[in-house]
Design a protein around this ligand. Structure first.
Ligand SMILES: N[C@@H](CCC(=O)N[C@@H](CS)C(=O)NCC(=O)O)C(=O)O
Length: 245
């Protein structure tokens, strides 16, 4: 099992004089909306963790009165969490302050360093595990919500929205990302939540398309400086459909 390491040891290595490129691993909204410039991206996984929608959020996908739920990682000896890592150029002095504000200040996440394992079968030179920065929400942070029955989490996601949009959009874009870029990855928690949200939306006659922003995939990928080595999408683009059309 890979252990989280304190980021201080890695940030010390990025002093002004000898800054070097670094990897950031995303497993939630960073997968589909990194928001910073990067040189390349690789799908892959971290070992010893499972993804859970157990972090509350009042600044992006919820409000103080109705906090939404976003992804974090919990330690799980047998767990593997798939996502996407982004290589940030040494001269990029914007990405870290941006991530500190978005993840730590606004989201309650803390910065760690973890072993990132690129998707196997890449050209050997790119398949070695790499140190990556990772933002994880731990139980002691003030936004922590923790475990709840999946139907309750699904209903909470269906009801919440914040300055960045609906909590449903957050869930469905992550599920879409996993299906399209890492179709072989399993994540029972994520896809069970997606199924429940779609079911409740149908039961309550809620149009999902009205809850998901129209930001096109192309817009979200504007940051790629070098085409990433991604699987071609083997599953036709899944259109969100109005369940009561
Ligand atoms: N740290 C996780 C989760 C990051 C995440 O989802 N953060 C939220 C809450 S602070 C966020 O930035 N949301 C932006 C959005 O929902 O559009 C990741 O690596 O993706």
């Amino acid at each position: 099992m890979d252990k989280l390491r304190n980021e201080a040891s890695s940030s010390e290595s990025k002093t002004e004089s000898n800054k070097e490129p670094f990897w950031v691993f995303g497993y939630g909204s960073l997968c589909w909306n990194p928001g910073f410039e990067y040189q390349q991206s690789l799908t892959g996984y971290v070992k010893g963790f499972s993804r859970r929608f157990w972090q509350g959020n009042t600044t992006h996908r919820g409000t103080e009165d109705k906090p939404g739920r976003v992804a974090t990682l919990i330690e799980d000896k047998e767990g593997i969490t798939w996502g996407k890592a982004f290589l940030v150029a040494a001269e990029n002095s914007v990405a870290l302050p941006y991530l500190t504000k978005r993840e730590c200040k606004l989201g309650g996440y803390k910065t760690c360093v973890v072993n990132f394992h690129p998707t196997p079968f890449l050209p050997a030179t790119r398949a070695d595990k790499k140190d990556a920065l990772l933002y994880i929400a731990l139980p002691e942070n003030k936004h922590w919500l923790g475990s709840a029955p999946l139907p309750d989490i699904a209903k909470q996601i269906l009801e919440c929205r914040g300055p960045s949009g609906s909590n449903v959009e957050y869930l469905l874009r992550l599920a879409d990302f996993m299906r399209e870029e890492i179709p072989e990855a399993l994540d029972d928690h994520l896809f069970s939540l997606e199924r429940l949200v779609r079911k409740f939306a149908a039961d309550f006659k809620i149009c999902l398309r009205s809850l998901v922003g129209e930001q096109e995939r192309a817009e979200r990928e504007v940051k790629v400086a070098v085409p990433s080595n991604q699987f071609a999408s083997r599953i036709p683009e899944k259109k969100l459909r109005c369940v009561n059309m």
